[in-house]
Design a protein around this ligand. Structure first.
Ligand SMILES: C[S@@+](CC[C@H](N)C(=O)[O-])C[C@H]1O[C@@H](n2cnc3c(N)ncnc32)[C@H](O)[C@@H]1O
Length: 262
C-alpha cells in the first residue's frame, strides 16, 4: 500500500492544543502573568526548603518564559525553557535566552537538571495515562537522585465545576480580546475550550480561533503514572491560586507535586 507507514495527520485538537498561535500574546497578558504571580510563592518556598547544590533548571512547557526568567534573575539558576509551541516561544524570547522547541513526551536533552518545573496544568494537555506516563518518563530521564521535579495539575473536581460551566471566560485588554467557551465530558474525562477573540500583534490585528483539550486525572492516577515512570512524590500540596475553593463546589483546585526519582 502506498505510504502505508506515513504517520496519520494530527487530529485538529492535537495540532491546535500545542500551537497557541495568535492566542500566545493574549494568553501571556490575560492568563500567564496572573498565574505566575500566584504560583511563584509556592515555587520559591519549595526552593528555599530544598536548597540545590547545582543551580541548573529546566522549565518544561515554559510557555511565554516567565518561570525561566524568574529562576535566572531571582534565584541565579542557569535556566532553559522547552515548549512545543513556536508562537509561545516567540513571546518568551523577550524574557529568556535559553529556549528550545520540543515535546515533553520526548525531551530533546542528553543532560540533567537539578530543578525541573512544569506549571499551569501543562501536563493536563496530554490525552491519556499512556501519554502522561511518557511525559513523566521523559522528565525522569533528565533527573539525578538529587533533582526535584515540581509541577501542578488541575484537581479533577474543577472540570465539571469550571470547565463544565455554561458561562464563557472573557478577558479584555487594550490590545486583545479573549473568550473561552468550555465543556467537559465526564465519560472520558475530556475537557475542551474553544478560544476565540483577537490580538494586536506587530503584523496587525489577528483573529484567535483555537480548540484546546485537556484530560482530567485523579490524584491516584497521577501517582500511578509517576510510579510507572520511577518518580515519587515527596509532597502533594493543595494549591488554590485565586482563592476560589470556598466559592467552587470542589474539594480542591490544583494539586502541586514535588517529586524525586526512585
Ligand atoms: C497553560 S500553558 C502554560 C505555560 C507556562 N508553563 C506558564 O506557566 O505560563 C501550557 C503550555 O504547555 C505547552 N504544551 C502543551 N503540550 C505540550 C507538549 N506535548 N510538549 C511541550 N509543551 C507542551 C503549550 O504549548 C503551552 O505553552
Amino acid at each position: 500500500v502506498k505510504n502505508a507507514t506515513a504517520p496519520a495527520p494530527p487530529r485538529r485538537e492535537e495540532k491546535s492544543n500545542e500551537s497557541y498561535d495568535a492566542f500566545a500574546y493574549a494568553y501571556d497578558r490575560a492568563l500567564g502573568e496572573r498565574f505566575f504571580q500566584a504560583v511563584r510563592s509556592v515555587v520559591d518556598d519549595v526552593l528555599d526548603r530544598y536548597p540545590a547544590d547545582q543551580k541548573t533548571h529546566l522549565d518544561v512547557a515554559c510557555g511565554t518564559g516567565m518561570v525561566v526568567n524568574h529562576f535566572t534573575t531571582m534565584h541565579g539558576y542557569q535556566s532553559i525553557g522547552v515548549d512545543a509551541s513556536v508562537p509561545m516561544l516567540g513571546i518568551a524570547r523577550d524574557r529568556a535566552r535559553n529556549l528550545v522547541a520540543g515535546d515533553y513526551r520526548a525531551l530533546p536533552f542528553r543532560r540533567t537538571f537539578s530543578r525541573i518545573t512544569c506549571l499551569y496544568d501543562s501536563l493536563n494537555h496530554v490525552r491519556d495515562r499512556i501519554e502522561l506516563t511518557r511525559a513523566f518518563h521523559s522528565i525522569q530521564r533528565v533527573m539525578t537522585p538529587d533533582s526535584l521535579f515540581l509541577f501542578d495539575m488541575n484537581h479533577p473536581d474543577i472540570y465539571p465545576e469550571v470547565w463544565g460551566s455554561k458561562a464563557p471566560f472573557v478577558a479584555t485588554g487594550a490590545d486583545y480580546h479573549l473568550e473561552m467557551a468550555t465543556s467537559y465530558r465526564k465519560r472520558d474525562n475530556v475537557a475542551k475550550a474553544l478560544v476565540t477573540g483577537w490580538a494586536k500583534l506587530p503584523r496587525g490585528k489577528v483573529a484567535i480561533h483555537e480548540l484546546h483539550q485537556q484530560r482530567a486525572f485523579s490524584e491516584r492516577e497521577i501517582v500511578e503514572c509517576l510510579d510507572a515512570a520511577h518518580l515519587k512524590p515527596i509532597e502533594v500540596l493543595d494549591f488554590d491560586p485565586y482563592d476560589e475553593s470556598n466559592t467552587l463546589g470542589a474539594e480542591g483546585v490544583k494539586l502541586f507535586f514535588v517529586c524525586r526519582t526512585v
